[in-house]
Design a protein around this ligand. Structure first.
Ligand code: GAP
Length: 444
């Protein structure tokens, strides 16, 4: 993880928030490469969920919601972590994450000092809306995006004539006052989620729950993720969230071990039932094709962290490869093997030399490719070093302009993964790159 954190900073993927003030715990900034990668991961998920599914539509709900929302959702009452403090070294722990014997003996796992009693700590960030800071003005930063979908589900049925079964997808920020934020961007106080809520008829929920587990698994397969680094974990009774009837996590083998990447939850009629009760509004679905049958839909949720997906994609792509080169058998290259559709830069264009008009030709080729791909231009240093710089940034293709280009308008196309190089007319680049991206198969 240290290597990934350091590469992420060095290459402009992720920076510590407010670094010049010593950093803000639990918050991170996404640099020029990071925002491109994050946007592409979000784009891939959005395409999968909306463009490829006729029965799913999108939404972008506000982060600030009526405070009753969080009473209805159960978050005010139940969204807590058990917390203990060490009276001696002042360290703070989640009681469920320290060894049981320490908890039983009230002994700090770090310094052996005495631990406080366990107390419940609500993870929602509270603030005030308006000028008065009293209990009537309390408002929360949403801890999940899902509730924005539930409170809009009737609006969407009416405005978009949706019929059950159907889904609503949303990507957005969520906030949790996490007690322990370590492992880089894995668990943070401010993060992004990609959530989809699928509304189904009661009784069909288990079938849809199975179906969505299958779909989410094949999504990661399509992204080219190492499938032996993914596994399912079903929640036991003690683990189930307050809203869940059944839940499975997709776990990824991060450098610190197997950890949750995404959750697929059968939320039953918990959410719409509670919002019906708290809002006094009838949230039943009326099935006009079935004698106006009325029921409260069950919800199957797929909930993935966008920022956690970004960490997974970085870990999954990271590779150090021994490359035997002339006279240097132990050369190691660092390479990020991103799927080309996720890579922040798709193609880098470089002139072999800055002089003799090569730079101008390379700049023209880049201008042409820009219309279709994210490009970079690099004319500094030895060509081998420039390739390595692009490997480390995860750029899948490099185009090199040399003296032959001046004669026959051909260029070299170099592939990141195999380091293979081919020669082709510059005019064929766009079509060839499109074909390479579509047919990409990870080789390592
Ligand atoms: N709406 C259901 C829900 O929020 P969750 O299991 O609490 O379920 C879903 O969160 C996903 O959101 C997790 O699988 C994880 O990817 C991401 N996530 C949750 N808490 C996070 C945090 N503090 N930092 C980064 N990502 C987080």
């Amino acid at each position: 993880m240290e290597k990934i954190t350091s590469l992420a900073k060095r290459r402009g993927f992720v920076f510590q928030s407010s670094e010049i003030y010593g950093g803000q715990n639990g918050a991170w900034d996404y640099g020029p490469m990071g925002i491109e990668l994050k946007n592409r991961i979000a784009g891939a998920w959005w395409k999968e969920m909306t463009q490829l599914h006729d029965d799913i539509v999108g939404l972008d709900a506000a982060i600030l919601m009526h405070p009753r929302t969080w009473e209805a959702s159960g978050h005010v009452e139940n969204f807590t972590d058990p917390l203990v403090d060490c009276k001696k070294c002042k360290s703070r722990f989640r009681a469920d994450q320290i060894p049981e014997e320490n908890l039983a003996a009230k002994k700090c796992p770090d310094c052996g000092g005495e631990l406080t009693d366990t107390r419940k700590f609500n993870l929602m960030f509270k603030t005030h809306i308006g000028p008065a800071e009293d209990s009537a003005s309390v408002i929360y930063l949403r801890p999940e995006t899902a509730q924005g979908i539930y409170v809009n589900y009737k609006n969407i049925i009416q405005s978009n004539r949706m019929k059950i079964p159907f889904g609503i997808a949303q990507i957005g920020k969520a906030f949790r006052n996490e007690i322990v934020t370590k492992n880089f961007i894995f668990r943070t106080c401010e993060f992004e989620q990609m959530e989809m809520q699928f509304f189904v008829k009661p009784g069909t929920d288990e079938k849809w729950f199975d179906e969505w587990r299958k779909r989410r698994w094949s999504y990661y397969e399509k992204l080219g993720v190492k499938m032996d680094h993914l596994r399912w974990h079903q929640h036991g009774h003690g683990e189930l969230a307050h809203y869940a009837k059944d839940a499975y996590d997709i776990e990824y083998l991060f450098p610190m071990g197997w950890r949750e990447l995404e959750g697929v939850h059968n939320r039953g009629d918990y959410d719409l039932g509670r919002h019906t009760k708290f809002s006094g509004k009838d949230l039943q679905y009326i099935d006009q094709e079935n004698n106006n049958e009325r029921y409260t839909p069950y919800i199957i949720e797929t909930s993935a962290g966008l920022t956690r997906n970004l960490l997974m994609i970085l870990c999954d792509a990271y590779d150090e490869e021994q490359v035997a080169e002339k006279g240097n058998d132990d050369d190691v290259r660092t390479v990020l093997r991103f799927h080309p559709s996720l890579a922040p830069v798709t193609v880098a264009v470089m002139p072999l030399m800055k002089k003799d008009g090569l730079a101008e030709i390379a700049a023209d080729i880049r201008a042409e490719l820009k219309e279709d791909f994210a490009t970079d231009y690099d004319q500094g240093g030895a060509i081998g070093r420039r390739y390595r710089r692009q490997d480390e940034a995860g750029t899948p293709f490099c185009v090199t302009v040399d003296y032959q280009t001046k004669e026959d308008k051909t260029v070299t196309l170099r592939f990141r993964d195999s380091m293979e190089q081919i020669r082709l007319p510059a005019a064929e680049l766009t079509a060839r790159l499109r074909q390479e991206i579509k047919g990409y198969k990870r080789i390592k």
